[in-house]
Design a protein around this ligand. Structure first.
Ligand SMILES: [Zn+2]
Length: 162
């Protein structure tokens, strides 16, 4: 099941000037509200979605918002560096910048749970897109070449050390 953001929801927290009052009432939702209904001021996905599906709707919207932010940041670096090359892996400097963009968004929304979920999905053998595979590694600051199970082990190790 997928919840596509409507055009009205699309101007999301990616815009750093976004006023909290404009945001969807669902906790951690990255979209702006567009429907003033019984659940409060929500984006269309939350307004029309069953209440028990809200956490899942939030997850999918957060992941989609992160993906747009990731691809926009990546595109920006690419246009500046080598406009002719369409696809390539981000350089270390670009990864630093993209990771900062994702961390900024994560502070405003549901944290980095989306990235950990992508890791677990990849580890479980689900085929992810190249953007998805790169963006969770970027957000969790693990090397692009690292396998999902090794990355999970590394994160668990870091958590125990902290
Ligand atoms: Zn919402």
């Amino acid at each position: 099941m997928s919840y596509k953001a409507s055009a009205a929801d699309r101007r999301t927290a990616e815009d750093s000037q976004t006023d909290q009052a404009l945001m969807c009432a669902a906790h951690g939702c990255p979209s702006r509200w567009s429907v003033d209904g019984p659940m409060g001021r929500c984006c269309s996905a939350h307004a029309w979605g069953d209440r028990h599906l809200w956490p899942r709707i939030t997850q999918e919207l957060a992941e989609a918002a992160m993906q747009r932010a990731y691809e926009a940041a990546q595109r920006q670096g690419r246009d500046e560096a080598q406009p002719s090359r369409r696809t390539r892996t981000a350089t270390p400097a670009e990864r630093q910048r993209i990771a900062a963009v994702l961390a900024g968004m994560a502070r405003k929304t549901g944290g980095l749970h989306w990235a950990k979920r992508l890791l677990l999905r990849e580890e479980a053998g689900e085929p992810l897109t190249q953007s998805q595979r790169e963006m969770w590694r970027c957000a969790l600051r693990v090397p692009n070449a690292m396998a999902a199970d090794a990355a999970k082990a590394l994160l668990i190790e870091h958590k125990q050390a902290a």
